[in-house]
Design a binder for this molecule. Structure first.
Ligand code: AKB
Length: 325
């Protein structure tokens, strides 16, 4: 059994919920410490600590209390929420990351995972088959913090040897948990409306193609990157990953194969501009050759799995806690 003790920051979020479960399977329940700014709604598995990541003192207390050796830092304001309050997005995303990097430096924490995002792209970034090394001109505060985060991660690795690793996550689709405040959230909400037998009002226009990934692939990618030998990584902080890219009408058509009465109408809002600043498809050949990344789910297999699992969940009480209101 590994002696690692893993702290997950933002464990109550969309990725944190599922990733914490996967980490418990790898490291054991007693070695995964979940933390979040919000108290969990349901019962807690293992240890939970309330933590606002901008509170460096509280972070230090938790790290010392459990003798933490790895941190998965997922807490952030995403693109849409960030545009409503850019100053808060900067504070939470940058001060939070600095606190995590500093605690890692001071306490010899072995490894840090901190996700980047496709939100680092924008401006003159090539939109199709976007290369690993390319122009980064983010147009949202979230994207600006993710780009600065990539640079900070590289800096802490080069200057202090803090082993920070990251992925430029695309939109993540999951049935176990809900996203909060992103531009790609529509691709989760659409399933909840479809299985409820309701029409879906989409906040993006037809034709708005974005890179996406199903949660099991995202979690596996995260664990595989963290396990990869450091000498195999040609870079640390910001691997491009591809699984699928689609526009709203394409996912709607896929859902209609299983729920023929399903309808969508399009009412773009401020998130359309965010989506248009991002890319359409991504080149992940560096991740594939460095650490053997390979996706499993495409649009069709993800849609079947989402509908099957949401239908199962719909019959349980837990569904009321996860569905969009
Ligand atoms: C968002 O939409 O803001 C996120 C992301 C792509 O990082 N899901």
């Amino acid at each position: 059994m590994s002696k690692d003790v893993v702290l997950v920051i933002g464990a109550g979020g969309q990725i944190g919920t599922v990733l914490s479960e996967a980490l418990r399977a790898v490291y054991g329940v007693a070695n995964v410490i979940c933390s979040d700014i919000n108290q969990p709604r349901g019962s807690v598995i293992g240890y939970f600590e309330k933590l606002d990541v901008v509170d460096a003192k509280r972070l230090k207390e938790i790290v010392q209390k459990y003798k933490v050796t790895q941190i998965y830092h997922l807490a952030a304001l995403l693109s849409a929420t960030g545009e409503k309050n850019p100053q808060l997005a900067w504070k939470v995303n940058m001060e939070g990351l600095m606190n995590v990097l500093e605690i890692a430096r001071q306490h010899n924490i072995k490894k840090i995972f901190h996700p980047s995002s496709i939100a680092v792209f924008g401006g003159h970034t090539p939109k199709k088959n976007t290369p690993q090394s390319t122009i980064l001109e983010p147009e949202t505060m979230y994207g600006i913090t993710k780009k600065a985060g990539e640079d900070l991660g590289n800096y802490y690795f080069a200057k202090y040897g803090v082993d920070v690793r990251g992925i430029r996550y695309p939109g993540i689709i999951s049935y176990q948990s809900l996203p909060g405040g992103g531009t790609t959230d529509y691709a989760v909400d659409i399933f909840h409306k479809a299985i409820a037998g309701e029409a879906f009002e989409c906040f993006l226009k037809e034709g708005t193609q974005l890179p996406m990934m199903y949660m099991p692939d995202a979690v596996r990618a995260t664990l595989e990157l963290m396990e990869a030998p450091v000498e195999k990584l040609s870079q640390h902080y910001a691997y491009n990953l591809h699984a699928m890219s689609f526009a709203p009408e394409e996912i709607a058509a896929e859902i209609k194969k299983h729920i023929p009465d399903f309808t969508v109408n399009y009412k773009p809002d401020f998130r359309q501009q965010i989506a248009e600043s991002w890319i359409e498809t991504i080149d992940d050949s560096v991740a594939r050759s460095d650490w053997g990344w390979k996706h499993e789910y495409d649009l069709s297999s993800m849609t079947i799995d989402m509908i099957t699992n949401l239908r199962k969940l719909q019959k349980t009480k837990a569904y009321d806690e996860t569905k969009f209101l």
